[in-house]
Design a binder for this molecule. Sequence first.
Ligand code: ATP
Length: 565
Amino acid sequence: MASYLVPTLQQAFCGVVGSNISPNVTDTATGISPATTQPQSILGFLFSFTALQDWLKLIVIGGVLESSRRLFYSAYNKFVNSFFITAIFDDGDDSYDWMMVWLSKHPSWAEAREIQISTNSFGLKSSAVLIPGEDEGASDLVQGSRKLAYMPRVSTTQSLWFRRRWVTVTRSQEPSGYYSRPEDRLTIRIMTRHHRVLNELLQEAKREYKAALEHSITIYVSDSSNCWRNVASRPKRPLRSIVLDPGIKDLLIDDAKDFLGSKPWYAARGIPFRRGYLLYGAPGSGKTSIIHSLAGELGLDVYIISLSRVGMDDNALSELISELPEKCIALMEDIDAAFTQTLNRDDEPSESGPGERPDGPHAREPPKSTSRVSLSGLLNALDGVGAQEGRILFATTNKYGALDPALCRPGRMDVHIEFKLASQFQARELYRYFYLPEEDEGAECEDDDGSGKESLGSGYAKSTNLIDLDPASDSSEKPSTASIKVSPRGNGNLSRAPKLSHREILQLASRFADAIPERQFSMASLQGYLMGYKTRPLDAVNDVAAWVEKEQSKKTTATANLDDA
Ligand SMILES: Nc1ncnc2c1ncn2[C@@H]1O[C@H](COP(=O)(O)OP(=O)(O)OP(=O)(O)O)[C@@H](O)[C@H]1O
């Protein structure tokens, strides 16, 4: 074919060249100029039968070559891939966050030459603020701050070693969703034939991620598309910081721990593996705080179910509850509000049982429901067929009496606990914890047995000159801020705190508690009062009687106004 094509093309080419040399020369035989004949002869040649045969041959040979090339590459890729496991992680999935946190700490990943700097939290909900080297000596996360992450730029592939296996990591952006918005994707290829190595990598990444969250709990809420979204990580609150009447905290923690370890027991008896706690009582008495603290103690995430969320109805609620993970705390705050929003949330807490409305002058009409979640929808969601097993449900309310008995029955709410206004015992313990937050358990015991030993762990340094804190003693000897030496220690407000011994704090705590009338003030209001005396424990005690008087007269006026209305 080539032997045929070459002379013909040469002939055509020469004709064209010739026409350029003497463009005005006309072919005498035909009367047509060569410039017009040459393209026609080329076209004629190209579509002649013999040439078409040659084209066909070219196409067939080209096709065979291309197919063999593709076949070879696909076989080659298959062969190479058989030595690798490829895992894809999409942004928005928890596993993506595990991997990103793990990778951001990996030396090879951080040594990339084309770097993207990121303050992203990757679900840890604490943005990175420290530049590497800026925080010598400070441990990450413990102080609530993380280092910036150095990451390879998108579309680059980085390689690293994991358990003597070669791993390549590629960051890319792929269009996703309705508007094809680019979303980050991580592709990890591990040189191994076993999923075991991938699982080990995932386990390590998840472990590190959890360790980063060790000092915090993760809070989830449902978004407008009815999916659970990780919205915050909160520092764990020590159980000791919540002061309840003796026995309540132990009851809650023991019961919840016992439940979490009893899955086989429930299965053997065919009882649905769920537990519900109803915490009711005065506002600001620690219901929400104890739930968050328990979540930290039990290592569970908190899923907040808001019955009054826009778009929440029976179906959405049931779907949300069925999507809860196996071990978690589901929290429904102010469970009464969804059905009784016409009631004032600040009404006196009801002493009556569920379904028993208080009679008397303040009794109201049965409240109308304003929520799109119906009571039967809620009941079904809590223990219907789709209800998740293994979850602990906490519900809180200030109006126990307004709740439907069906909602409170065992199986839905197994344990009911009342939270009352502060007792003197609580006031004393609150004061003590407020000014001695770092006191260890041992120190508490030492003092409780009356030995009067002082705590070395006290937030307040040991005082050499003990002052007389006995209120019974002569008023001229009563402690006042003027009689306390102010010793600067460290930076910030605490540097202005006086040096008081452990024993002195305890004595002040007792005096503080004596001034608080039993069950009249919420713990939140006592905490609010002490906040005004962060560095003045003595003034807090000296001024408390006046504060109590003022608050009581405010309450009397408010009640009188309510009666007049
Ligand atoms: N028993 C308590 N011990 C220590 N602090 C408390 C206690 N009760 C309340 N507080 C403090 O008061 C504030 C409010 O508490 P919390 O939100 O837990 O009360 P609540 O009972 O859930 O109130 P509400 O019914 O209004 O939601 C918190 O900052 C908490 O630190």
